[in-house]
Design a protein around this ligand. Structure first.
Ligand SMILES: [Zn+2]
Length: 84
């Protein structure tokens, strides 16, 4: 299983709806939000097989704007290798 950072922006107008939909889908505890700082976006780390599957946590109305980035942890011995 891979881990993805799901980045799910929404508009200020769509804020309450976006959060309600994620709560209804059962993913509210996965998400952190920038809304109170004026950044209307949710971030969550989701385990999935691929980015498409990770994005299923985002309501379909906000999914076209959402992105999923695969996350990798490097150990100290790998840091040099990743830049070669
Ligand atoms: Zn918001």
């Amino acid at each position: 299983m891979k881990r993805f950072l799901v980045i799910a922006p929404h508009t200020k107008e769509g804020c309450a709806k976006a959060i309600q939909q994620i709560e209804a889908a059962g993913y509210i505890t996965h998400f952190d939000w920038g809304c109170k700082d004026g950044e209307h976006c949710g971030w969550a780390i989701i385990e999935a097989e691929n980015p498409k599957q990770a994005l299923l946590v985002v309501p379909s109305s906000d999914r076209p704007q959402a992105r999923a980035v695969m996350l990798t942890k490097f150990g100290t011995s790998e840091i040099g290798d990743s830049h070669r």
